[in-house]
Write a protein that binds this ligand. Structure first.
Ligand code: ATP
Ligand code: MG
Length: 425
């Protein structure tokens, strides 16, 4: 057996994790200032949570889930998305009994889908997402969109396009679906095999088909946005006003229907043209029917999910990948004798206690080899502990970049290093 990561998964290596952390920290800050609190749910749930919450006519539930039987004979599934799990937790912990709305986010949460791996499409990937429960107003749709948009601004990501649509509510959708069925029935022989299936179960999803996308009958299909009931129409108009107030540009895209069954009214996507075919960085919308569907009270919801890998791909493509600073603030080299190593170790711990990134030798290199190592290893300041230093307690801190040197003592070394480390910024 070849020891390789499973197909469709990827390691986030030390030279990449710094960028992830910087992006994650910016996301946390944005969420906090927007009044969202973090929720972490299990990465597996009872299969029924997704069958019900995601919808058993979706591609996810039909084709993409990692489902297994645990040793107790229960059917479990690795989460393919997080909304269903968050709703499950919301209900289980009776958050609906408290004040509304409840604003939650999850960050870099691993998701699992059995998909055909390709650029931007993995079997294990990570999502950042938010969910707001208990707020029916279009202002809340605008609030979550503004959060996503503001975040992209923080990250310096430009050139992304916001596409919005409304897919109505069960009231207006029923009549529309009949129209849509009639339209596609007239083009039965042109539909792909999957769309044949979709025609009865969920004709709306045919609009989302990647195979049939460019066929002429698709362009002639009726759009639900032209057949909304008054309530849904007003909701959409209000959303547009709030987006205008927030200064967020958008295009109406009648072809967005989203893959998930539980969406109502607003749906949206944020799309990049810089990362090829898998250009959707963020997808979201309103799901007023979900809570009820999962056995809870009638409570509206709205949210989105970002694909973290896709977000980082866009940043990479735009040349704005954040650079992590992995400079060692101070490296303490010592003679290989035990007494000197002890002194270096003590000094190193004292430096770390002050929040400095400090290191010592652990592989018994000669003093000369340690100095060479420090020279190559992105070290800012260096201290050398040799015989003289041990005997007198006097040491020298050397700035490896400016070559400046300052004399100090073992006892005062931390203060000297702190001032030299800060002096640079
Ligand atoms: P797509 O149309 O690309 O399959 P989706 O509609 O299945 O996307 P959602 O369920 O809305 O995607 O998930 C939200 C976001 O998660 C997507 O916009 C995308 O950025 C990311 N995402 C979804 N599936 C994958 C995957 N297999 N690998 C990496 N990122 C993914
Ligand atoms: Mg998908």
């Amino acid at each position: 057996m070849e020891m390789k990561a499973p197909r469709g998964t990827h390691d986030i290596m030390p030279d990449q994790s710094g960028a992830w952390q910087i992006v994650e920290e910016m996301i946390r800050r944005r969420c906090r200032s927007n009044g969202f609190d973090e929720i972490r749910t299990p990465i597996f749930e009872q299969t029924g949570v997704f069958a019900r919450g995601v919808g058993d006519t979706t591609d996810i539930v039909q084709k993409e889930m990692y489902t297994f039987e645990d040793k107790g004979g229960r059917s479990m599934t690795l989460r393919p998305e997080n909304t269903a799990g968050v709703v499950r937790a919301f209900l289980e912990h009776r958050l609906y009994a408290g004040p509304m709305p409840v604003k939650l986010y999850y960050l870099s949460a691993p998701m699992f889908r059995y998909e055909n791996p390709q650029s931007g499409r993995y079997r294990q990937f990570h999502q950042f997402g938010v969910e707001v429960f208990g707020a029916p107003d279009a202002s809340c749709d605008a609030e979550v969109i503004a959060l996503a948009w503001g975040l992209l601004k923080d990250l310096g990501v430009e050139k992304l396009a916001l596409h919005i649509n409304s897919i109505g509510c069960p009231k207006c959708r029923a009549a529309y679906q009949e129209m849509l069925k009639a339209h596609f029935n007239a083009h039965l022989d042109e539909l792909c095999e999957t769309c044949h299936d979709r025609l009865e179960r969920n004709p709306l999803r045919i609009l989302d088909c990647k195979i049939d996308a460019d066929k002429p009958f698709m362009k002639e299909a009726p759009h639900i946005i032209d057949h909304l009931c008054e309530e849904c129409q007003t909701h959409l108009e209000n959303l547009k006003k709030y987006l205008a107030t927030a200064g967020i540009p958008y295009t109406i895209d009648p072809m967005i229907v989203r893959g998930l069954d539980y969406y109502t009214k607003t749906v949206f996507e944020i799309v990049s043209e810089d990362i090829g075919a898998q250009g959707t960085v963020c997808g979201g919308g309103r799901y007023d029917g979900l809570m009820r569907l999962m056995g809870g009270p009638e409570l509206p919801g709205v949210g989105f999910a970002f694909g973290m890998e896709r977000l980082l791909m866009v940043m990479d493509a735009l040349g704005i990948m954040p650079e992590d600073d992995n400079t060692t603030d101070v490296y303490i080299a010592s003679m290989p004798e035990e007494e000197a190593r002890q002194a270096a170790f003590r000094l190193c711990l004292a430096m770390r206690a002050e929040g400095l990134r400090a290191d010592v030798d652990h592989v018994q290199r000669s003093l000369k080899a340690q100095m060479k190592y420090a020279g190559k290893s992105n070290v800012h300041l260096m201290i050398v502990i040799g015989q003289d230093e041990l005997e007198t307690g006097k040491i020298t801190v050397r700035d490896m970049r400016t070559k400046e040197e300052r004399q100090t003592t073992m006892d005062a070394a931390v203060g000297t290093v702190l001032s030299m480390a800060e002096g640079e910024e």
